[in-house]
Unconditional design. Structure first.
Ligand SMILES: [Zn+2]
Ligand SMILES: [Zn+2]
Ligand SMILES: [Zn+2]
Lengths: 315, 276
């Protein structure tokens, strides 16, 4: 479900509330709200340039929010696998040496991480000689060897084939189950996510929609498409948007208005339930259209769009 | 033949090479050769200002090089001009300004060639203690900052995400570069400092399995180049800076040709052997 009971859910390690990043007079992403607790998997999806990496960097403190708040528990230990990492060939670096890049580690922790990712035989290989998939695994091994509280994986399945994708997701699931760490996963696949995902956040410069994925195993057709094995690893995510991103970058709202941007406070969205500024699992941006079918509809009416925020609309 | 001044030059030169080894590796890994060159060129402005205001030479050269590198960082962040255009402007503007200021000061006699290309005869006992004192300081700083420096060279965002403060490492690296430039000026000269940074490190690359090995090896190869260059400089009465760079180049070329062929042959033999 979208709403978690605060008394039973573990406290979040990281929470973002109305967080946004502005560069060169343009908002890369705005109004982002979500949180990650121990053992929780959050998947950020969205097209290229939608602010997924920016959002992840905000969450772990690499990028400061220009508005809103990001809070982290003190001494949060992050394991980060960036999206693009090119190691200059002039630097001699073996997989073994890569493991201790940001901190010294015990030999058995290194071995265990290499074993878990299936690249123990490559420990002495130079990273520049690895294939794309092997390098991705080496980066993942490095990130888990330091036993992080929060594992951040920016498009870990890029350049990996379907079987490799299944294997990688299974590995991520095992890591979560054995270490209990929280996981922030970024994917450019808009419809298929890791089945274990607790919350999907759909981004396109703002949060377009959010929710939980549906098990593939519930649909015989999808099961046939994916196979039973993949059907346990992957899940479908259905979007519920109350607006459309037009090809020219403008946004068409369900009330028929077209605006240059789409921000949570622009008066075209319903705000649901929770007091402003509260971090945590909540449904701020999701206002409902007649066909969204999310089962969360309260008694709000389109009339809510004529609230005092209407004047601030950027149409 | 081994006069006092030559022993001093040898001591100063090898002491310098120990610090340029690891720093040169970072210059190569971070692709900052032109950046280092620009900082070095600004040293002449430092020389001119120290003469004009009668300040300590090393301190003014260090200060000008540090200010130029910080200015570059700021201008890069504003992003109005491309980095190579900025480097080109600052590099030659500071060098030219230094030359103009020096030419106005008709009352001081200054050995310009010595500053541009290095001069072993000018190495005093104070210079030797400066090289070793400054060099030990630089080495200690590099060892202390090693992990953040390496991690932020591989990926600054990864270093930041895992708590290693890449900006601090970068700033420290700039200041160390400025310090080494101030120290190196008398021995290899302003125009050739970058070569002493780069050539030994490039030579060390192919023989190194880790960044640590490459840094140590670059120091040793640099020291050999300094010794060879100084001998040559004394024997053929050539300026010390170019002689050291030529010696470093000779080692680089020597390491390139025979080693590579032998290694490849070995690999091919092992390969064909495996197929039988
Ligand atoms: Zn949207
Ligand atoms: Zn969506
Ligand atoms: Zn709805």
């Amino acid at each position: 479900m979208l709403q978690t009971n605060p008394s039973t859910s573990p406290p979040p390690m990281v929470s973002l509330s109305a967080a946004g990043v502005r560069r060169k007079g343009r908002w890369l992403v705005r109004g982002v709200d979500f949180s990650i607790a121990r053992g929780e998997i959050v998947t950020l999806i969205g097209p290229n340039g939608s602010g997924k990496s920016t959002t992840a960097k905000m969450a772990i403190g690499v990028t400061r929010p220009d508005e809103g708040h990001v809070t982290r528990i003190p001494n949060l230990r992050v394991g980060y696998v960036p999206q693009k990492l090119a190691i200059d060939w002039t630097m001699p670096l073996t997989v073994d040496r890569l493991m201790t890049l940001t901190q010294p580690l015990r030999g058995r922790d290194i071995d265990a991480a290499l074993e878990a990712t299936g690249i123990r035989h490559l420990a002495r290989a130079e990273v520049q000689h690895l294939s794309g998939g092997e390098f991705q695994r080496a980066l993942l091994a490095r990130a888990i060897a330091r036993k992080p509280d929060l594992l951040v994986l920016d498009e870990p399945v890029q350049g990996v084939d379907f079987a490799g994708e299944i294997a990688l997701y299974d590995l991520i699931k095992t890591i979560r189950n054995t270490t209990g760490c929280g996981i922030l996963l970024i994917s450019h696949d808009l419809h298929v996510v890791m089945a274990e995902t607790d919350t999907v956040i759909c981004l396109n410069g703002h949060v377009c929609c959010r929710g939980t994925p549906e098990a593939v195993s519930r649909s015989p057709e999808y099961l046939r498409l994916f196979g039973a094995r993949a059907g346990q690893t992957l899940a479908f995510y259905s979007h519920h948007h109350d607006h459309t991103h037009l090809p020219d970058g403008r946004v068409l709202h369900s009330d028929g208005t077209v605006t240059d941007h789409c921000h949570p406070d622009d008066g075209h969205h319903h705000e649901e339930g929770l007091p402003a500024g509260r971090a945590g699992p909540m449904r701020i941006v999701h206002a409902h259209g007649p066909t969204c079918g999310c089962g969360q509809h309260g008694d709000e009416k389109p009339a809510a769009n004529t609230g005092p925020l209407q004047e601030r609309g950027d149409a | 033949m081994l006069d006092d001044f030559f022993i001093r030059a040898l001591l100063a030169g090898t002491g310098l090479a120990l610090t340029t080894g690891p720093l040169g590796c970072f210059v190569i890994w971070r692709r900052m050769a032109y950046f280092g060159d620009t900082m070095a060129h600004s040293a002449l402005l430092g020389v001119a200002l120290s003469l004009l205001f009668q300040m300590n030479l090393t301190i003014s050269v260090f200060a000008v090089a540090a200010i130029v590198s910080l200015a570059l960082l700021l201008l890069q962040k504003r992003g109005s001009l491309s980095t190579d255009a900025l480097l080109g402007i600052l590099s030659h503007a500071t060098l030219a300004t230094g030359l103009v200021i020096v030419s106005f000061m008709t009352w001081v006699r200054i050995d310009l060639v010595g500053f541009l290309f290095g001069d072993i005869l000018a190495v005093t006992p104070q210079d030797v203690s400066l090289v070793w004192g400054g060099g030990i300081l630089v080495l200690f700083a590099i060892v202390y900052l090693w992990r953040p420096l390496i991690a932020s060279t591989v990926n600054p965002e990864l270093a930041a995400a895992e708590g290693l403060e890449p900006e601090r490492a970068r700033l420290a690296f700039m200041l160390l570069m400025a310090l080494v430039i101030a120290i190196a000026m008398k021995i290899v000269g302003i125009l050739l400092i970058t070569s002493l940074l780069i050539i030994p490190a490039a030579t060390a690359r192919r023989f190194s399995a880790s960044p640590e090995v490459m840094a140590v090896l670059a120091s040793l190869l640099g020291a050999i180049a300094v010794a060879g260059g100084l001998f040559g400089s004394l024997k053929f009465d050539t300026p010390s800076g170019p002689s050291i760079v030529v010696a470093a180049l000779a080692i680089f070329l020597f390491s390139l040709l025979p080693w590579r062929r032998r290694a490849e042959e070995g690999a091919i033999q092992a390969d064909t052997g495996g197929h039988h």
